[in-house]
Design a protein around this ligand. Structure first.
Ligand code: SF4
Ligand code: SF4
Length: 99
């Protein structure tokens, strides 16, 4: 039986990144890969490494991957600019922005 190779290439047209992995915390369990309803990630061929964001443009920012992860801080959102509210404290003038 012949061995087939499959290649997966990230979409360079839409290089946005909806989530950030912390390789120090992520254990590469791939729970987030399995739970994502849109197949944004694929497992990393390197065992124990964070998944690869293959189709970032398909992310709904539904949050399921972040809530499913059992390792706090392993995965977090990078909110797109239109979803980053800024507000100014009336008294101090301090501006706060969602990260
Ligand atoms: S981000 Fe969390 S759920 Fe996803 S592979 Fe890493 S540890 Fe597992
Ligand atoms: S936020 Fe939702 S759609 Fe986006 S990568 Fe996570 S599970 Fe998939």
């Amino acid at each position: 039986m012949s061995e087939r190779k499959i290649y997966a290439v990230p979409n360079v047209q839409t290089p946005n990144t909806p989530v950030r992995f912390d390789p120090e915390v992520c254990v590469g369990c791939n729970r987030c890969v399995e739970i994502c309803p849109l197949d944004v990630f694929i497992p990393n061929p390197k065992k124990g490494a964070p998944p690869i964001v293959l189709h970032p443009e398909e992310c709904w920012l539904c949050g399921v991957c972040v809530t499913e992860c059992k390792n706090k801080g392993a995965i977090s959102f990078i909110y797109p600019m239109p979803l980053k509210p800024r507000w100014r404290n009336k008294e101090t003038g301090e501006v706060t922005q969602l990260k």
